[in-house]
Design a protein around this ligand. Structure first.
Ligand code: SF4
Length: 157
């Protein structure tokens, strides 16, 4: 099961997209220096298909993308939600921010247009840091993933 605590429309998490970012709780990763430590707690409301559908119907005219922020506690459900969006709102891109360094086998790349991998390491910084260990990939229907992390770093120039 996945639970969400809150959501917001953001412009910087996925380059060139207006994104409805949904914060998922119960994060198992325990990164030192975590930006949102409360997301390690088992809090919030269950992100059912119905709850997600209600959010999409409210914001679908304003957004181009939905991004699940976290969800490593139940990646199978993240994959189901990605497929649910693809099946019902084909015009909306889907992203997933994972704190793991590898995408689990239960994730089907065809359900996502973007996948971010990598835990947060204080000494290396987040996606906008030139030293970051984290990577954002653009995903294609044939399963190819292209590293587009540079798009965050160019913005700093
Ligand atoms: S993956 Fe994100 S939310 Fe989870 S502990 Fe690491 S920084 Fe915090």
């Amino acid at each position: 099961m996945l639970k969400y605590t809150d959501y917001s429309i953001v412009f910087s998490e996925i380059p060139d997209e207006v994104t409805l970012a949904i914060n998922l709780s119960n994060c198992p990763n325990k990164c030192k220096g975590c930006h949102s430590p409360w997301l390690m707690d088992d809090i919030g409301e269950e992100l059912t298909n119905s709850a997600l559908s209600n959010l999409i119907q409210r914001y679908e005219d304003e957004i181009t993308c939905i991004c699940f922020m976290g969800g490593d506690i139940d990646p199978k459900r993240v994959n189901e939600l990605g497929q649910y969006i693809q099946d019902n709102w084909a015009q909306i891109n889907v992203g997933w921010y994972s704190g793991k360094s590898e995408s689990p086998d239960c994730i089907s790349v065809k359900n996502f247009q973007y996948i971010k991998l990598g835990e947060y390491k204080e000494n290396l910084g987040g996606l906008s840091s030139p030293r970051t260990n984290q990577r954002l990939y653009k995903c294609f229907p044939n399963g190819e993933k292209v590293d587009i992390t540079f798009k965050f770093q160019k913005k700093q120039l």
